[in-house]
Design a protein around this ligand. Structure first.
Ligand SMILES: [Fe+2]
Ligand SMILES: [Fe+2]
Ligand SMILES: [Fe+2]
Length: 440
């Protein structure tokens, strides 16, 4: 089958830049069980400091957006624990650099990649290191200050009670770590009880939405696909085998969608859903996710949460409404005994059925670190058995069987291409001396 170019703009999606940023920020916070809702809190703090400093509104918005995503380049528990240390000073080619690479070509998020890159940069009495001097973005310095304020404030105690201690610590770092005018702005804000009460407010999205005017974006489905690839890259950083798995599922699902007669826009959306289906795995501890051997009951429960989290994360992007169910129902079964929603066959539309088959097919055929992919006979007998037990759709499995060679070749090609681009990325990281702490 020839791959078709469906054109860039089949449909346009309208979304506020704030919703896009905050949705992605929630995804990033899924990875981070150690500093609960860190990104949302830093976005709030950085925004009020930027405004107090008198930055133009468009710059203030970029500071909020960059702050909501600043640690996106961190994916391993080890590094998160390091960040939670108030003395953490960052590295030139650390997670800020990784985050910058993710966003440098993504215009719809705003002018944020340089701020993310240098958010651990110290002011150092105006002689910031890395030879940036005056080119160091103001926003990066503000995010650095906001980030440290959040890390210093213990979530288990009343924020207001810690006011004096945090202010004193920040004052002692003035000039060395932070730009004096930023510290002065923070001191002015921190005098008010309302700042500390707002910091404890669980719904930062509401606060930010009320206080800032973000522009509205009109995105084509090609841009949505790019954003979904960006999100899947965050999963890639965590585990190299998942990275190629998502690409294999995306490819199998979009081919099956076309063969089953779905329209061009739905085919594109199936590809997007394939890239995102395992998004929720970000919220599951890698030790459990990649355990080689049988899982105990509590580990099984944790695994079952991954599709729930896929749903939860996509729920905050309205533009993903039609993609959300295709992505997150892939462990539901026709007999209603799947997980986690126990959705029955009458609620599982063609897209959901194709995704479930694509996920199983890809998982069986792909090579994994501890075993080679299964051959055709083995795969077909597993799929037939699942059809017989009323778990997956007979028609979709029939289409797959009729076109097995073609679909399997395309899947394999897509996974090899994903592996290659992932390895190139790892090489460029290694050249910069960046350790990604990949889980094997
Ligand atoms: Fe950071
Ligand atoms: Fe941070
Ligand atoms: Fe999967």
């Amino acid at each position: 089958m020839k791959s078709k170019n469906y054109g860039e703009y089949i449909t346009s999606y309208v979304i506020s830049r704030l919703d896009l940023v905050m949705g992605l920020s929630r995804v990033v916070d899924l990875v981070n069980p150690f500093i609960n809702s860190h990104h949302q809190r830093v976005a709030f703090i950085a925004g009020v400091i930027a405004r107090e400093c008198g930055l133009p509104e468009t710059d203030v918005n970029d500071v909020v957006a960059a702050a909501a995503l600043h640690d996106i380049g961190v994916v391993a528990e080890k590094e998160f624990k390091e960040l939670a240390n108030p003395e953490f000073a960052g590295h030139e080619y650390g997670h800020g650099y990784v985050g910058h690479l993710l966003f440098k070509n993504q215009n719809c998020f705003g002018n944020i990649s340089q701020m993310i890159r240098y958010h651990h940069e110290k002011w150092n009495h105006g002689k910031a290191s890395y030879d940036l001097g005056s080119k160091l973005p103001e926003g990066a310095l503000i995010i650095h200050l906001a980030d440290r304020v959040d890390i210093m404030t213990d979530r288990n105690k009343s924020a207001l009670e810690q006011k004096a201690v945090v202010m004193e610590k920040i004052a002692s770092m003035k000039g060395r770590w932070f730009k004096p005018s930023h510290v002065d702005a923070f001191m002015h804000i921190a005098e008010k009880e309302s700042f500390w009460f707002n910091l404890e407010e669980p719904d930062k999205y509401r606060l930010i939405k009320r206080d800032y005017r973000f522009n509205t974006l009109v995105l084509g489905s090609g841009e949505i696909l790019e954003i979904s690839k960006l999100i899947s890259r965050i999963i890639d950083f965590r585990c190299s085998f998942t990275s190629t798995h998502s690409a294999g599922v995306a490819k199998s699902a979009s081919i099956l969608a076309e063969m089953c007669g779905m329209d061009a826009e739905s085919i594109r959306n199936m590809e997007i859903a394939g890239y995102l289906h395992d998004l929720g795995k970000l919220a599951v501890l890698p030790d459990v996710l990649y355990k080689n051997g049988s899982l105990n009951v509590s580990e099984q429960r944790m695994i079952k949460k991954h599709t729930y989290y896929t749903y939860y994360a996509l729920n905050c992007f309205e533009i993903f409404d039609n993609i959300k169910e295709w992505a997150s129902f892939h462990h539901e079964t026709l007999d209603g005994n799947g997980y986690p929603f126990h959705v029955k066959g009458d609620r599982l539309d063609l897209g959901c059925r194709i995704m479930a088959v694509s996920d199983i097919f890809t998982a069986l055929t792909e090579d994994r670190p501890y075993r080679a992919g299964m051959d055709k006979e083995g795969v077909i007998s597993v799929l037939d058995e699942l059809v017989r037990k009323n778990k997956i759709d007979a028609r979709v499995v029939g289409v797959l069987k009729d076109n097995y060679q073609l679909i399997n070749t395309e899947r394999d090609k897509a996974q090899s291409a994903a592996a290659e681009s992932f390895n190139n990325f790892l090489d460029s990281m290694q050249n910069k001396g960046i350790e990604l702490y990949l889980e094997e």
